[in-house]
Ligand binder design. Structure first.
Ligand code: NAD
Ligand code: MG
Length: 395
């Protein structure tokens, strides 16, 4: 890790996590300097971010946008070098000048660039949970082999990380009895079941507590997000799914908890603002200002808890089953979910069809041991094809 000012690459800079990351970085110019910013298609926002943060490199996903981005940067007198493509994403993740990579691309597209950072031994701030869901075993071995530092950005996992001892050999040795993974229950926690057939993408994306990208917002509404987080937690904290209990906590003030053998339960609380886990991971083991206001407990007044309803949220049931099945089941689940969510956002299928598509995709594919990236990517591709076929059939 470099001394002095830390050089940061932000993968997915134009997304919800990316923007929050840049907000925290801008508060600490004496600590951080931006090395590279990446975006898929929002070149205008990327240009603005380059003008403000002056990175060495900007990577834009769509090659056709390179000239537009270059023209805008030239106009603004910004000498950031523009590249595009997967190789460029991997390069800005693995470059020797880089200390820390914020992995905030959404979905399976984040796997290879995030893995490149892990293999290069970077400090990896992981928001892209799908990378761990698809290829957790391979990812964790890459981290172990390179000596990378992996810090969770997902608020629940960041909370669990904060509630665990700084060093421990295993959760059992640390005296952990259970991890309590909290979930808000999303916008449809109390919606009459019949109405779930007619909810719109905008209703699904109107999360009661968090403002996030559209894919993760739909995942929160279906509670697939909690299922993906269950798999993510198993890899991050090296445990089996039965060590993790999911608890509905509608206020999203407690971000998760760890229950110890002696009966103690440690929780991390805060306002629902991703700049807290981002600042925590950026500065760890130090603490820096994140721009987030202090939690007002008197205004919060109460904290409620309830058990998750697997009938209301079949996506959560499917994810729990896939976590228990292991092998390529989580990768298949993730791929089918990405395709189904995209179709729902494009208003090609109904919200309640998402779990059906995932379930029949899981039922049609034989599981294998994810021993290599090829195996994982093959399972991902097959699941995408099958899910797409079913969506077509249902139209
Ligand atoms: P978002 O949709 O707001 O942003 C996604 C980013 O990824 C954008 O910068 C986009 O340009 C980039 N991107 C999209 N497709 C790409 C592709 N094919 N190739 C390269 N780049 C691509 O998403 P978000 O809400 O910021 O979430 C990002 C990740 O963080 C997700 O994995 C999500 O699960 C995780 N996460 C988000 C939050 C949150 O509060 N938003 C909380 C926890 C975890
Ligand atoms: Mg989360």
């Amino acid at each position: 890790m470099g001394q002095g000012i830390q050089q940061i690459t932000v993968l997915g800079a134009t997304g919800s996590i990316g923007v929050s990351t840049l907000d925290v970085l801008a508060r600490h110019p004496e600590r951080y300097c931006v090395y590279a910013l990446t975006a898929h298609s929002r070149w205008e926002l990327l240009a603005e971010q380059c003008v403000q943060h002056r990175p060495r490199f900007a990577v834009i996903g769509d090659e056709k946008l390179v000239s537009k981005l270059n023209a805008e940067l030239a106009k603004q007198g910004c000498d950031t070098e523009v590249c595009s493509g997967l190789e460029a994403l991997e390069q800005v993740s693995a470059a020797s000048e880089v200390d820390t990579v914020m992995a905030a691309i959404v979905g399976a597209a984040g796997l290879l660039p995030t893995l490149a950072a892990a293999k290069a031994g970077k400090k990896v701030l992981l928001a892209n949970k799908e990378a761990l869901v698809m290829a957790g075993g391979l990812f964790m071995s890459a981290v172990a082999q390179s000596g990378a530092t992996l810090l969770p950005i997902d608020s629940e996992h960041n909370a669990i990380f904060q509630c665990l001892p700084e060093r421990y050999e295993s959760l059992d040795q640390a005296g952990v009895r259970k991890i309590l993974l909290t979930a808000s229950g999303g916008p449809f926690r109390q919606t009459p079941l019949e109405q779930l057939k007619t909810v719109t993408p905008d209703q699904a994306c109107a999360h009661p507590n968090w403002s996030m990208g559209r894919k993760i917002s739909v995942d929160s509404a279906s509670m697939m997000n909690k299922g993906l987080e269950l798999v993510e937690a198993c890899w991050l904290f090296n445990c089996t799914p039965n060590l993790i209990d999911i608890v509905i906590h509608p206020q999203s003030v407690i971000h998760s908890m760890v229950q110890y053998r002696d009966g103690s339960v440690l929780a991390q609380l805060g306002n629902p603002d991703m700049r807290t886990p981002i600042a925590h991971a950026l500065a760890w083991p130090e603490r820096i200002d994140s721009g987030v206001a202090s939690l007002d407990l008197i205004a919060t007044a109460r904290l409620d808890f309830e058990a998750p309803d697997l009938e209301r949220f079949p996506c959560l049931r499917l994810a729990i089953e896939a976590a228990a099945a292991g092998q390529t089941a989580p990768a298949v689940l993730n791929a089918a979910n990405e395709v189904a969510v995209e179709a729902f956002l494009a208003e090609r299928i109904r919200f309640d069809q998402i779990p059906h598509i995932i379930e029949s995709t899981l039922g049609s594919l034989a599981l294998t041991e994810p021993v290599s990236l090829d195996v994982v990517q093959d399972a991902d591709q097959q699941a995408r094809m099958l899910a797409a076929q079913q969506i077509k059939k249902s139209e």
